[in-house]
Design a binder for this molecule. Structure first.
Ligand code: PMP
Length: 443
């Protein structure tokens, strides 16, 4: 369990400099730039199981897991073999391939509310299309989203979004017209009264409410008991649709996504109308999906009037990676994910209490995150989690990194375990926590 001696960050620093000369900020997705934690972003060159290795040859236990997709661990042999076999037959044809329906069947088997599924390439496309579909189905213009929820970077969904915008403390994005922004109503999460009030005022103009199944882009913040049920009831009473975004939680929080857990708390048996998936369903390659009832989904072209398309949609390599990942995401894999989450949460609690660091662990299935700071009340919304002490996270992040543990470089992201986080990986994390907790205490 000894990690190889760190050989510094010279090569990563060189690569970052080179990248910054040709790529804005040196990155193709903002959080990778270490903007909120500072220091040299590690360039990664390989990964296997629970571990990744950077360009300077330092190995880390990884708690980013490609921001979710690597459910089984990096470079799972079955997934790599299947993708290599598929690649040998061609990288994509722009025609249908047999595996697309197999992936749709696998997802439908896990979420029975999904009767038809359309494959796209990113979570952004999945939610953007779901919203277009909701508007097409209802003929209404407005969309309700919750502050701190992230649904990708389409224009209408960037207001008060979590993820990178939370990390960079950006309220929204330049380049979104006032007209577009005005069609999104942003409400506090976990507040059925605010939702009912918005519907009382605008109900006949609201096409859909979109929500993460459990918020996980402002740290993990699951719905309060009764909130999802109230959301579905209020939306349906006003003829609006509910889009449950499972891009992050889907087939990670549990075998049927977070809906599989939450469903038991919706006594009426009512359900969301549309679901979006991403990350795990692509097994590490670019693939996402949206699904729902047949009569809604068949409003999509070529059957219906709502247009959506993609050159690379249903790409055979991505479909193969996703399908193989889901087929290996069995009872044992979910047990391993849950055990890894339990073990890390236990060690965090011990180390933080010993060091006197104020903290809160937030959890949704095998997803969890750690908030730094005193919270008199459990945080329920974005305003509450924004009160966390990000300088403690910064000190903690670097102390963990120096000891060979790669955490998300943001205080607003979930920690991602994999089914490959075995005892050796968990021991490395446990070994690093006491010193990192002391660093957080001193920050
Ligand atoms: N929805 C949720 C809940 C997400 O977490 C994300 C990405 N983190 C997206 C949508 C967007 O997915 P993508 O980055 O693939 O566009």
């Amino acid at each position: 369990n000894e990690r190889p001696a760190a050989s510094g960050t010279a090569r990563s620093a060189e690569l970052a400099e080179r990248a910054a000369r040709v790529i804005p900020g040196g990155v193709n997705s903002p959080v990778r730039a270490y903007g909120s934690v500072g220091g040299t972003p590690r360039f990664l060159v390989s990964g296997r199981g629970a571990y990744v290795t950077d360009a300077d040859g330092t190995e880390y236990v990884d708690l980013v897991a490609s921001w979710g997709p690597a459910l089984l661990g990096h470079a799972h042999p079955a997934v790599v073999d299947a993708v290599q076999e598929a690649a040998g037959r061609g990288l994509g044809f722009g025609a249908s391939v047999p595996e697309e329906a197999e992936l749709a069947e696998e997802i439908i088997a896990r979420v029975p509310e999904v009767e038809r599924l359309r494959l796209v390439s990113t979570g952004t496309e999945a939610t953007m299309t779901a919203i277009r579909l909701a508007r097409g189905a209802t003929g209404r213009p407005l969309v309700v989203k919750f502050a701190g929820h992230y649904h990708g970077h389409s224009d209408g969904l960037l207001a008060e979004a979590g993820s990178g915008l939370a990390t960079l403390a950006m309220p929204g994005s330049a380049g979104v017209t006032a007209e577009t922004a005005g069609q999104t109503l942003v409400l506090p999460y976990n507040d059925p009264t605010a939702l009912a009030a918005a519907f009382a005022e605008h109900g006949d103009r609201i096409a859909a409410v979109i929500a993460e199944a459990a918020a996980a882009n402002m740290g993990v913040l699951p719905p309060e008991p009764g909130f999802t049920a109230a959301m579905i009831e209020i939306a349906h009473r006003h003829g609006a649709l509910v889009i449950l975004d499972e891009v992050l939680t889907g087939f990670r929080a549990g075998p049927s996504g977070y809906w599989g857990i939450e469903q038991a708390r919706v006594p009426s048996g009512a359900a969301p109308d549309l679901f979006t998936f991403g990350k795990v369903v692509g097994g590490g390659l670019p693939l996402a999906a949206l699904g729902g009832r047949t009569e809604l989904m068949e409003l999509l072209a070529p059957l219906g009037p709502v247009y959506q398309a993609g050159t690379l949609s249903g790409n055979p390599l991505a479909v193969t990676a996703g399908l193989t990942t889901l087929r290996h995401a069995d009872v044992a894999a979910y047990r391993a994910l849950g055990n890894a989450a339990d073990a890390i949460i236990g060690e965090v609690t011990t180390a933080f209490e010993a060091a006197g660091v104020p903290f809160r662990v937030q959890r949704a299935g095998s997803l969890f995150s750690v908030l730094f700071g005193e919270f008199a009340e459990p945080p329920l919304d974005y305003a509450a989690v924004q009160r966390q002490e990000v300088e403690r996270h910064r000190a903690f992040f670097h102390a963990m990194l120096e000891q060979g543990v790669n955490l998300p470089p943001s205080a607003f992201e979930a920690w991602f375990v994999t089914a490959a986080h075995d005892d050796a990986a968990l021991e490395r994390i446990a070994g690093a926590l006491p010193a990192a907790a002391r660093a957080a205490a001193a920050a």
